[in-house]
Design a protein around this ligand. Structure first.
Ligand code: ZN
Length: 275
């Protein structure tokens, strides 16, 4: 018996129709878990209620079925998801994690003010010493970032890359960094596969995991995979209107078409994983 069973997750966000980059992530994760006889969790990250839509939740299940990917834990379909799993209805659980975290503070700054004050979206910590009272729905909660985080042995200046990042938004929702981390920690996830665009996000979560003493997450192996670029060299994203898997599906193509397209990416990733 293997000492440390592999536990991983598919964690799409229902904020747009899934695209080829999501399929690559699902295939990489699914193949790794099945190869190691591990457990695969399906987790739909709908914590950001402002962007989540039912048709995108539906699309996640349709896509997984179409790609013939199964999972061991998590919602069986949209109804089960909304009844038992939606993060929207469990936001107090995430708040409880940070409620007593000492190195945090409330911030009343809007995005507009932040851009005006700091010339970018990276927050420079102007509310750090202001003792702003925390009011849900009116102030954000941020974590103090004042030390580097280590990435494969070298120090990474997270303060410069992200500033004091948000844990709880002014819209009274948990931030992605917090939700994703809490879920990975509580489910004992041992392996996380995510796109290269989430590298900084991974480091922010690592920082937060250190603040929270989340030992499971700190031991987890996080591997970033390539992003898929469109013919114009632009990263495929939902917001940029990349050809969705739904479009491909509805044009009558099947799983093998997607696998053929992604084959070079899957091969390169396998090589990366080799010791
Ligand atoms: Zn502020």
């Amino acid at each position: 018996m293997e000492q440390n069973p592999v536990i991983s997750r598919l964690a799409p966000t229902p904020s747009g129709y899934l695209h080829l980059g999501n399929a690559l992530n699902f295939l990489i994760t699914w193949q790794f878990v099945r190869q190691h006889r591990g457990k695969l969790i399906l987790r739909i990250d709908d914590g950001d209620s402002t962007r989540s839509r039912p048709q995108f939740v539906e699309d996640i299940f349709r896509t997984l079925e179409w790609l013939e990917l199964d999972w061991d834990l998590g919602p069986s379909g949209p109804d089960d998801f909304y009844t038992n799993y939606s993060q929207n209805s469990h936001s107090e659980k995430y708040f409880a994690v940070i409620e007593h975290l000492e190195r945090t503070y409330s911030c009343k700054c809007s995005r507009k003010i932040i851009r005006k004050t700091f010339g970018s979206t990276i927050y420079g910590g102007s509310c750090r010493d202001k003792m702003v009272p925390f009011v849900k729905g009116r102030t954000a909660k941020r974590v103090i970032v004042d030390r580097p985080v280590y990435d494969a042995g070298s120090a990474f200046d997270l303060a410069r890359a992200m500033g004091d990042f948000v844990l709880w938004t002014r819209d009274d929702t948990p931030a992605y960094q917090l939700v994703s981390l809490v879920e990975d920690e509580t489910h004992g996830v041992t392996h996380i596969f995510r796109g290269e665009d989430l590298h900084t996000s991974t480091l922010a979560q690592k920082y937060l995991a250190e603040e929270l003493d989340f030992s499971q997450f700190l031991q987890a192996q996080v591997v970033h995979h390539e992003l898929i670029y469109g013919p114009d060299g632009i990263k495929l994203t939902k917001s940029a209107g990349a050809a969705s898997l739904r479009d491909i599906r509805e044009s009558g193509k099947d799983k093998s078409y997607v696998i053929d397209l992604l084959c070079p990416y899957l091969d390169r990733f396998r090589e990366k994983l080799l010791p």
